[in-house]
Each structure stands twice: as C-alpha cells, then as structure tokens.
Design a protein around this ligand. Sequence first.
Ligand code: FAD
Length: 492
Amino acid sequence: MDSAQYDVLIVGGGNAGLCAAMSALELGVKVGILEKAPRAQRGGNSTLTSHMRFAFDSVEDLVPLINEPSEQTIKDMADKLPGRPQADLWDEIMRATEGQSDQDLVHIHVRESYNTIRWLRSKGNSWVSNSGDPTAGDLILMNGGGFGLQDHNYNFVESNGAKVHYDTSAFELIQDSRGRVTGVTALGPDGIVNIYGKAVVLASGGFEGNAAMRARYLGAKWDTVKMRGVPYNTGEGLEMALDIGAMPYGSWSSCHASPQDMNRPTYSLPSSQSIGGREWNRYAYPFGILVNVNGQRFVDEGEDIRAMTYAKMGRSILTQPQGVAFQIFDAKTRRMGLLSAYGTASGDTKGTLEELANSLGIDPIGLTNTVAEFNGAIQPGSANLTAFRTDGISTSGITPAKSNYAISIEEPPFEGYAVCCGITFTFGGLLVEPQTAQVQHVAGRPIPGLYTAGEMLGGLWHWNYPSGSGMMSGATFGRIAGNSAARDALSI
Ligand SMILES: Cc1cc2nc3c(=O)[nH]c(=O)nc-3n(C[C@H](O)[C@H](O)[C@H](O)COP(=O)(O)OP(=O)(O)OC[C@H]3O[C@@H](n4cnc5c(N)ncnc54)[C@H](O)[C@@H]3O)c2cc1C
C-alpha cells in the first residue's frame, strides 16, 4: 500500500526529529514525521530529560530564557556559575571524550549552542532555574523537563501543518535508480506502507533498546543491562542507513551509562513523566565512596564534577561482581542536602559500617578495611562539596585515588545504596557533512536526499560525555538537518 508524499520526511519524533521539523517548516515545506511509539508514548528519550548544556557568557544571557526570574534567582545563579564561555564548553567536551570528538562537529555544536537555545525560545519553549538536583551542575532546566519541551514542540509542529504518523515504525529506505533517498517503508497500524519524502531526515535514536545490537557492538554483559530510557530505540534507523551504504562513524563500542537504583525498571516510558516520574538516578557518588560486594573501591569517584563522570560510571559498575555497587555516605553528606534525591533509593541507614554492610550484602570486613584506609589517605584541606567545581581535596597513597571531594566516612549514621548500570543511549552513528548534516556514503560521497541528527549522528561522543549534551546536539543538528532537507526538497 502506498501512502503520503512529503517534501521532508522525518523518521523519529524525539527532540532531534522535532527540531528538524520546526526548522523545515520555516521554509514552508510539507513535513511528515514517522513516530514508532503510540501517541501516548511519543517523544523518545527526549521526554525523560531535564537540561541542555550550552555556552553563555554571563547569567544575563539566561534571563531571556526564564519567565521573569527574580533578582535573587539571578544572583544565586551567578554565584554558582558566572558563565560558560564557548572555550569552556569546548574544553569540557574534549576533557570528557579525551580529545576524540570530531572537531568540526564540536565546533558547530559549541558555536551554535546558545543560538539554538534562543531559537527554541522563539518557538515558545522556556526554562526555569535549577533548584532541584544538588548534583546537577547546570543552572537552568527545561520548563516541564524534556516532557514539557516535547509536548510543546509536538503541538507546535502539528499546529503548523506537520503530519505525525504514530505507531509507524520505519525499517527500510527507498531509493531511486540514481541512489537518491525518496522515502521509507514502514510498519504502520494497518500494515506495511511506503511513505515518500523528497528528502529524508533520520532521527530515530540509537540502538540502546536492542539487546542483540548491544552485545554485538558494546560487548559482553551489555545485552542484559537495564535501560534508562524508552524501549523504542532499537537501531533500525542505523541499520537501514548502513544497508544502503551509509558510513558508520564515531564510537560504536561505547555508550552513555550511569549509576541507577538497583531496583529500577528495565525501561521508562514517556507517560511516566506526566505523572511525575520516580527518580532512579543515583548521582551523589562524588560525595561518598563506591564499593563492590567485597567492600572494595574500584573507581575514582571524584575524578571531576558529577556532570563529567556519570556517563562513564555505569560502565565501571558493570565490570564489578554481579554488576552491582554500593554508594556509601556518612552523616555529613545527608546534612549538606546532597542526598535529597534519594528519598526512595534502595538501601539502608545504620549506626555502624558493619551493620550497614550486613544489611546490604557487602563483605563487612572488606568495607571497614576500605573505609579505614580511605579515611587515613585523605589530604588536609577544606572540602567544598558543590556540583559546579572540583575542590582538589584528594587522597594520597591508595588505589584508586579519590581526586576531589575526599571527605571522611566516619560520622554515623551511615547510609548505603545499591546501584547498577543503566544504559542511556549509544554513541555510534553515521558520518555526516557537518555544515548540512547530510549522510555520507562509504564510497566517499554524500547520499542524495538523506540527513540525520540526534543520537544517529556519529562522531561527537566517545566513551563519555558532559551532561546535557545529547539534547543540545540533537537540537543543533536537528535544526541544521531540517533546514538542509527542506532546501534540498525545494531544489528538485
Ligand atoms: C532518563 C534519561 C535522562 C536523560 N537526561 C538528559 C538530559 O537531561 N540532558 C540531555 O542532554 N540528555 C539527556 N538524556 C539523553 C537524551 O535523551 C538524548 O540525548 C536525546 O533524547 C536524543 O534525542 P533523539 O531525538 O536522537 O532521540 P529520542 O528522543 O530517543 O527520539 C527517537 C525517536 O525515534 C522513534 N523511533 C525509534 N525507532 C523508530 C523507527 N524505526 N521508526 C520511527 N520512529 C522510531 C522513537 O520512538 C523516539 O520517539 C537522557 C536520557 C535518558 C534516557
């Protein structure tokens, strides 16, 4: 059965797809969006997010994004982080990825980040100051979170003429005899359907929802990890592009994975957000120690601020016996308000470390020895437990070291929380021409009519990433891809 014909056909209605749609609509073209999920679960991982990481010179740049911030709010923000100039954002990305990010892509990502935020604002999105998660390390959050952003942008594109085909899962690209991509074949509510576009934007996320692909590309143990996000991103977008010769690019063997409550569900749905989704992230680890079932530390919990380490911390936990670890804190961390997001966390609070170890299933002798050794290795100085900067208070003479926030574990009651690895999204993607987001062929030339954005665009993230970057790059390159695809469609 053949179906609709669009100028720009977008596969996937996450943040990247909707930004591509909003951008294409600016050029007056006819836009169609295929979304695999039913309407009630639309919007992808983007619905589960909270913030975007972008460059800004001073907090004055944030004022136009927030609905009437008070003088006090502005002052509080400036005290925490006076600005994040473009050079700092560049450094954060290169620090997190050990310099492996594609510099041409990062250049555009950094240069366009604030412009893109202002563009989103011009479409009616807004931000609020971050008064919630004390480990977040960013000043403002999307108003209503990613759920609010996506809800607004769905309403925006639908009321501006875009047609969304829900429950429609693309699985094959259609090409003409000259190799131009002219549409997709999809499984819709009534069966197999061809849907045509003069240009196609692939924005259907990574392969984190596909256990076989996780095992194939990420390796042992990754097939059985829990997901933090939606179950819909199962890699068909990538596979159908590879099937027609698209060049894979970036880090196919690594992903974003963070510490999650041991008892979190195997995935989360967008609808959980509309009813105030339960918090499963366990991100206070820089302000305590992390041990395995033997009571041994295995990672530098304070290597950097949390925003720079959490995306690789899941992988460290996965390498431990049973794939489980325990975050251990003493009374100081609770008193400083750093565990405010741990209300429903799986764990226990006890008067002694032995009792805590026995309760959680940790070797008690291992834990008490580790804590004694850790406390004895802390170097003098005044600790500053803030998510916005490191404090340089470290250990000496133990392996692994703790490079920052090395405060003692000595004041009862002691708290411990069981965590596992939760995969967020995969890093492997497609090679694009950075200025246009046009997908490149293994033969070394562009694929006519094919563009991509969001997690499908490869080359930005390698083994780690700074928090808030996925939504930012998805918006930036989604906007670029939508504009390029619309121009392409208008030119034929
Ligand atoms: C719990 C959680 C919290 C996060 N928090 C943040 C944060 O605060 N800041 C940040 O920057 N990043 C965050 N991320 C990462 C962020 O979600 C991603 O970087 C971003 O959403 C990627 O956007 P996308 O449009 O590429 O993918 P998605 O938003 O996942 O959208 C992909 C869409 O494609 C659809 N789809 C999949 N396959 C098909 C198909 N075959 N046919 C049609 N449609 C298909 C899916 O249903 C989905 O709607 C978080 C992720 C999770 C899971």
